[in-house]
Design a protein around this ligand. Structure first.
Ligand code: G16
Length: 543
């Protein structure tokens, strides 16, 4: 093919120097940064092909999010700001692993099989996080894009959700917002400030919080947001980029360890927020007068949003198909509250926002949240149109119209393209402010079951396979029966294991009624994984 000039594609600098297999996982390729250059180069090429197929701009984000600083990764973002289509994940994995000598033939094959129109202009919107390895990986991706004459739109250092936002704005002729970082900050902060004008009595709510930015790119975004928000919300920033990325700080650390981050000033009952390394996850926490730690994770955020939206919809007198999507990690306490108290349909999806999103899109209003704080809300166009019609309907009461207007304004605070730590934080702040709630008032809605997570290192994590939205193990044969036997000993016990799609580990989750049983229960399950799936390093010990 003339389009593929071999002298441009063969680039010794980006030859494959790593023999191991890399896989497009939960959120793209993620592994040690020093083995990724050829992958980035090839993903630059793939992004051009994808852009030609979709006849739209494609996003390419360089980040390893919550992983340690020496890791890095890349993910492609489809035209509507969603994660790369699943069938292309397989193509990406294949392209990343082929030998250099087969690179051109593989590209030719993709062009043929996917009916790529090579004369279509290709645009790739590219961004990266603050990792030391990101600039070199960025260069590799750009050279890959240019090897196929793609146009690079470089947004330099951005959060992952900002890149998703930029992609959707570019592809919708700015209908969703202006495709600039200024447009992003302006859209979210203006709507946030606008909604707050209408509430005078703030009850227990205080417009100030402490934010742990994981020493990642979110620290830059937090400082920018503060400029746009002014005095509407004061953000006291910690782990602002001067320390080690995701090291004893950030949303993943705080959620999994259930402790406050390091380098953080804690004051009793003050609302605290942790985001992760690329600012797509958020969780809340506080310590009480007795210095006891309290976590308000993604489940709590989902419940807060669902409860508030339900109230507003009732006030508007509107009925929509309204549902919530969780994963196996959702605390049983939250699922019970959503189903039995809020009476909102709740479904369970596989880990990874792409899986939650596809289920959320089945509802008119779909709220999806992973317990780790990754999620957002999506609205069908018909919902937005109905709300607009309600506002202008002179036959309806002022109360109904006001509630519809409020819901419509809140939609503008939400980054619907993907979970966004800042957008989600502003949404939580909007609701707490509207209800006049402190973080303690918010927490009182329901009780979480005591829960814990552990990591088990094994020789091949893919020996563990699962079914039923990851709640049951298929292999190693017989392990599920053994897990069931352990779980049956504990009241309200539940446990599952699954291979991580972002780290080389097996994750173990457990919850039960009595906190004193928790360590024993999870250690027993972790031990089963260790023994049945080729554990490496020391055996899990009861702590
Ligand atoms: C990514 C995904 C999340 C997922 C998390 C952990 O988050 O976007 O949906 O929950 O990885 O996945 P796993 O358990 O498969 O390792 P992030 O924030 O790291 O991009």
């Amino acid at each position: 093919m003339e389009f593929l000039q071999s002298e441009r594609i063969f680039n010794e600098k980006y030859n494959k120097k790593f023999d191991g297999y890399v896989q497009y996982g939960t959120a793209g390729f993620r592994t040690k940064a020093n083995v990724l250059e050829h992958v980035l180069y090839r993903m630059g090429i793939l992004a051009v092909l994808r852009s030609k197929v979709k006849n739209a701009a494609i996003g390419l984000m360089i980040t390893a999010s919550h992983n340690i600083g020496s890791d890095n990764g890349v993910k492609l973002i489809d035209p509507a700001g969603e994660m790369l289509e699943a069938s292309w994940e397989l193509i990406a994995t294949h392209l990343a692993n082929v030998e250099d000598t087969k690179l051109i033939a593989t590209i030719e094959q993709i062009i043929k099989e996917q009916n790529v129109n090579i004369s279509t202009e290709a645009v790739v919107i590219i961004g990266r996080d603050t990792r030391e390895s990101s600039p070199a990986l960025f260069n590799a991706a750009v050279i890959g894009i240019q090897a196929l004459n793609g146009i690079v739109k470089d947004f330099a250092v951005v959060t992952t959700p900002q890149l998703h936002y930029l992609v959707v704005c570019t592809n919708t002729d700015s209908n969703y917002g202006s495709p600039t970082l200024h447009g992003y900050y302006e859209k979210l902060s203006q709507s946030f400030k606008h909604i707050r004008q209408s509430k005078i009595n703030n009850g227990q709510y205080v417009a100030e919080l402490s934010l742990d930015a994981a020493n990642g790119v979110g620290a830059i975004a937090a400082k920018e947001f503060q400029k746009y928000l002014g005095t509407t919300l004061t953000i006291n920033l910690y782990n602002d980029g001067n320390g080690e990325l995701n090291s004893m700080c950030g949303a993943d650390y705080v959620k999994v360890k259930q402790v406050p981050p390091t380098n953080f000033v804690l004051k009793p009952n003050v609302r605290c927020v942790s985001i992760d390394g690329d600012a797509d996850r958020v969780i809340y926490f506080y310590v009480d007068e007795n210095n006891k730690f309290h976590l308000l994770d993604g489940d709590r955020i989902a419940v807060l949003v669902a409860g508030y939206f339900k109230e507003l919809l009732q006030e508007c007198g509107l009925t929509f198909q309204f549902g919530l999507v969780q994963t196996a990690y959702a605390n049983g306490g939250s699922t019970n509250y959503i189903s039995n108290v809020l009476k909102i349909p709740v479904v369970c999806a596989l880990t990874g926002v792409k899986h939650l999103l596809s289920k959320a899109l089945e509802f008119d209003i779909g709220i999806y949240f992973e317990a780790n704080g990754h999620g957002t809300v999506v609205f069908k166009d018909t919902v937005i149109q109905t709300l607009k019609d309600t506002i202008t309907n002179s036959e309806l009461s002022t109360t109904k119209k006001a509630a519809a207007l409020r819901l419509l304004s809140i939609i503008d605070v939400i980054n619907q393209t993907v979970g966004d730590a800042f957008s989600d934080m502003l949404l939580v702040e909007t609701i707490l402010h509207a209800k006049g709630w402190s973080i303690i008032d918010w927490e009182k809605r329901y009780d979480d079951l005591p829960n814990k997570q552990l990591l088990v290192r094994v020789s091949d994590k893919n020996l563990i396979t699962t079914t039923n939205a990851e709640r049951q193990c298929v292999t190693p044969i017989g392990i599920q029966e053994e897990i069931d036997k352990v779980v049956s000993k504990y009241r309200k016990g539940r446990s599952f294991v699954r291979p991580s799609g972002t780290e080389d580990v097996v994750r173990v989750y457990a919850e039960c009624e009595d906190p004193n049983d928790l360590n024993r229960m999870i250690t027993e399950v972790a031990l089963l994984v260790y023994r049945r799936a080729g554990g490496i390093g020391p055996e899990p010990q009861l702590i």
